[in-house]
Design a protein around this ligand. Sequence first.
Ligand SMILES: NC(=O)c1ccc[n+]([C@@H]2O[C@H](COP(=O)([O-])OP(=O)(O)OC[C@H]3O[C@@H](n4cnc5c(N)ncnc54)[C@H](OP(=O)(O)O)[C@@H]3O)[C@@H](O)[C@H]2O)c1
Length: 257
Amino acid sequence: MHVLVLGGTTEARRLAELLAAALPEDVRVTSSLAGRVASLRLPPGEVRVGGFGGADGLAAWLRTHQVDALIDATHPFAGTISFNAAKAAAATHVPLLALRRPGWVPGRGDDWHPVGSLEEAARALPALGRRVFLTTGRMGLAAFAGLDALWFLMRSVDAPEPPYPARMEVLLDRGPFTAEGERELIRRHRLDVLVTKDSGGAATAPKLAAAREAGIPVVVVRRPPVPEGGAVADTPERALAWLRGADSGRTRAQPSG
Ligand SMILES: NC(=O)c1ccc[n+]([C@@H]2O[C@H](COP(=O)([O-])OP(=O)(O)OC[C@H]3O[C@@H](n4cnc5c(N)ncnc54)[C@H](OP(=O)(O)O)[C@@H]3O)[C@@H](O)[C@H]2O)c1
């Protein structure tokens, strides 16, 4: 059995680890990364890097490499690849599972401002604060470039490229983050508003608790749409259980000798 995991997330790496430890030797796992970050965190098993060339390219890859199951474990904001995965799986009849971490939900004392895009987040900011903790990643910073009256602490894995806000300090870092560390950043830089995508997951959630404690508002960018229907798992462990089912179904379907 050959499993292709579309990755770039903590969950995808965790699934590759589970697969390496739990599945028999005749199961081959390939993780696919877009190659956006300079220092890749490689999962166990085989790894390929770079785009496929759209849904048709992905379908061709599935056929050429005789893939038996496809897992879309990409980030909730990676909308294009998820639709490509759904199209390619339908065209090749390869079983597809989407591994999607649940979104965050506001708790007691949270002051959340949901928005539909980075542009909408930028429009909301001047009414909410002056010193912004910007954690939406290095892509799409152009949306905030015109906000000259605001100061930004922008955190990302790799350095951003212009256009970006004129008054911005860049903090290169990668999760998981701690509540203590986030609290300290808010205090030291006197941050008075947080901007985040609704990425979900534990690794970057401590900023939300720190914002609540500090009593500062949070602009939350809602998730883009995902393909409708199809199998979905919310944890790597459940994805593994789905794969076991797919594998035993496949074994049963093979003609006996
Ligand atoms: N967007 C975020 O906020 C975010 C945050 C953390 C991690 N990531 C990870 O970074 C990667 C890129 O994100 P994005 O928002 O640029 O995605 P995207 O907009 O959905 O994808 C753009 C193109 O990048 C290629 N691609 C994306 N993920 C790939 C993968 N796992 N393997 C091979 N090719 C891939 C595909 O190129 P082709 O059409 O040529 O196949 C896709 O059409 C994703 O894998 C995602 O899991 C994204």
